[in-house]
Design a protein around this ligand. Structure first.
Ligand SMILES: C[S@@+](CC[C@H](N)C(=O)[O-])C[C@H]1O[C@@H](n2cnc3c(N)ncnc32)[C@H](O)[C@@H]1O
Length: 573
């Protein structure tokens, strides 16, 4: 290409960019962290409730039907109710639906406390007796036990003044801890076998119960059997929810955080602190065994506090059993533990007013495998076959083709059930070319008009943020409007060889028009998405990142121009 032709091409492109960028303005969304009812139970990739609320208010009106086909911990369903809409959630994960129902259910905190006290009276002292620590003829209450390579090395206990004492383990402590045996436990505990998946540290020859020491397993099995005796179903479920919320911390997955600390004013020593279970099934060589009653009690007090506040909340929750109930009665939410691509087939055409959803993102989080910990204790049966996921567990045969096929089926159903002119907001996060190209191509082929591309931050305490080099710190949220007869041009996937200069110029435009001289990966990709999608074009994310690294340095998590790339004319080709 001659210099002149090159400059003309760039000029034309810049003109197009100006038009599109004026059309789309960025809203500023700041994520709030999960407290209150949203902080009661862990779930991976929970969305910031305040931003979900903003979207629901923006794209729907009171009394509307709001659908989330991948509702996870249920934030969109709950926010639909809070904003006076009717919320519909699907999730294939029984734990996800269970968590959502427990968050939603308004119960009497008085009755809940009363039942907790009954359980406390029945088994607290038995459970605590499992953790007794004997020193100099006195018996103390053990709280934490440090294991190194399966040998008990340290015990933490409380003396009379509730002061924490840390001590080396004695022969007596070791013998006592080792006297608990899996085979002696009479009460129910789960024996489900893992799918082998090294990505989440799950070994195929391991079973769920091995995540716990025999002593903690005995305590948990006792606790669950006592919870099962609760008469009132709603209260029983909340107590089970409290149980599943606390079991990660009662497992051998709790690692040791070491930091240099000062002891006795002067001497520096290694201070050991208690980590927490985050994701996956890694049982570190050095791990804590925490008193099961304490884990349960801690969670219970948080949940009780949130439930007390919820009692005063204005909204009512009325569950529907099927879609027609939502239409014909005053019920305001429907939760279905079904695969969305199948369950949505029971919904009529043009029946939903807004869809907001966050599907599984490729291979990032194998929800069902991770939730085996909860589902197995709750005795839930699980439909692994229909999960939309890419899993490294070979025996599951869940590859990218299966993922794309099932996700595409769900998109078709979403388009079918969405009313004409109504909106669909899709949250997504991936750096994988094939995943994006499938997603964008499928959506482009449907009666959906792209309205807006924005970015969505995670909450400050999210555990799934991508922290890899140049990883995406945000999700993208892409909003479509259902329109028939769109007469769209076919989507063109740009190849790197012929289109490098266009991608370069689009990136350059972002830097030139802005006051700042560095951008994060997501900001650049967001800009490229808006630019190219508006022209019915899309690109490989990896090409864009390659092209980016030719002219920009990646330092302190941001891209900055290398020397003089804007000086003189362009060396794009
Ligand atoms: C990214 S998460 C949603 C998280 C949710 N936005 C939240 O805030 O908690 C995706 C969800 O899709 C669910 N899922 C996977 N395959 C599914 C299917 N075929 N039908 C319905 N849900 C499915 C997973 O269990 C997971 O909960």
């Amino acid at each position: 290409m001659t210099r002149f032709a090159q400059s003309t091409a760039i000029f034309r492109m810049n003109a197009q960019l100006n038009i599109f960028e004026e059309k789309i303005q960025e809203d500023n969304y700041t994520a709030e962290s999960y407290t209150g009812i949203y902080g009661m139970h862990k779930y991976w990739s929970k969305k910031p409730y305040n931003i979900i609320r903003t979207f629901i208010k923006k794209y729907s009106t009171p009394e509307d039907f709001v659908l989330d086909p991948f509702s996870g911990s249920g934030i969109s369903v709950i926010e639909s109710i809070v904003t006076n809409r009717k919320g519909i959630g699907f999730d294939i994960n029984p734990s996800a639906v269970f968590i959502t129902k427990q968050v939603l259910n308004k119960i009497s905190s008085f009755q809940l406390s009363k039942e907790y006290q009954r359980i406390e009276k029945e088994i607290k002292s038995t459970i605590n007796s499992f953790y007794e620590v004997k020193r100099n003829g006195s018996v103390y209450q053990g709280t934490h036990f440090l294991w190194e390579n399966d040998v008990l090395s340290e015990v933490w206990y409380q003396n009379g003044t509730r002061k924490k004492v840390t001590d080396k383990s004695t022969q007596n402590d070791i013998q006592f801890a080792n006297s608990f045996k899996y085979e002696d436990i009479k009460e129910f505990f789960p024996t489900d076998k893992f799918y082998h998946n090294s990505r989440i540290n799950a070994r195929g020859n391991q079973r769920i119960f091995e995540l716990f020491t025999p002593r903690n397993l005995k305590a948990l099995a006792l606790l669950m059997s006592e919870i099962e005796k609760t008469q009132d179903e709603k209260i029983r479920d909340i107590l089970k929810f409290c149980f599943t919320s606390s079991i990660g911390q009662a497992s051998r997955m709790v690692f040791v955080v070491k930091s240099r600390g000062k002891m006795n004013g002067e001497i520096e020593s290694d201070k050991k602190e208690v980590g927490s279970w985050v994701i996956g099934y890694w049982t570190p060589k050095e791990n804590f065994e925490i008193n099961v009653w304490n884990c349960f009690e801690n969670k219970f007090s948080k949940i009780l506090k949130a439930k007390k506040l919820q009692e005063k909340a204005q909204y009512e929750v009325r569950e529907a059993k099927q879609f027609v109930d939502l239409i014909n009665s005053n019920s305001n939410f429907l939760l279905l533990n079904e695969p969305a691509q199948i369950g949505l087939k029971n919904f009529p055409d043009n029946s939903v007013d807004y869809v907001i959803t966050d599907p599984p993102h490729g291979n990032r989080i194998p929800y069902l495998e991770l939730s085996m910990l909860w589902n197995s204790w709750l005795k839930k049966s699980v439909d692994y076959e229909n999960e939309i996921i890419v899993s490294e567990a070979r025996e599951r045969n869940k590859d990218i083709d299966d993922y794309n096929r099932l996700l595409n089926q769900t998109f078709e159903e979403i388009q079918r059930v969405l009313k004409p002119q109504k909106y669909f907001s899709l949250m997504f996060n991936s750096l994988d070319d094939q995943t994006w190209i499938n997603l964008i191509s499928k959506l482009h082929s449907l009666d959906l008009d792209l309205i807006k591309v924005e970015t969505l931050e995670y909450s400050a305490n999210s555990v799934v943020q991508d922290t890899r080099k140049a990883g995406l710190k945000t999700d993208f949220i892409i909003t479509f409007q259902k329109q028939s007869n769109l007469n769209k041009q076919p989507l063109e996937i740009l190849n790197k060889k012929d289109n490098k200069q266009f991608i370069k110029a689009a990136i350059r435009k972002l830097f030139i028009k802005s006051d700042v001289n560095s951008f994060e990966t997501y900001q650049i990709l967001n800009h490229l998405f808006r630019h190219f999608l508006s022209q019915n074009q899309f690109f490989n994310i990896s090409d864009a990142l390659d092209i980016l690294s030719e002219d920009y340095h990646f330092t302190h998590n941001k891209w900055q121009p290398k020397n003089n790339i804007y000086a003189a004319n362009i060396s794009d080709t």
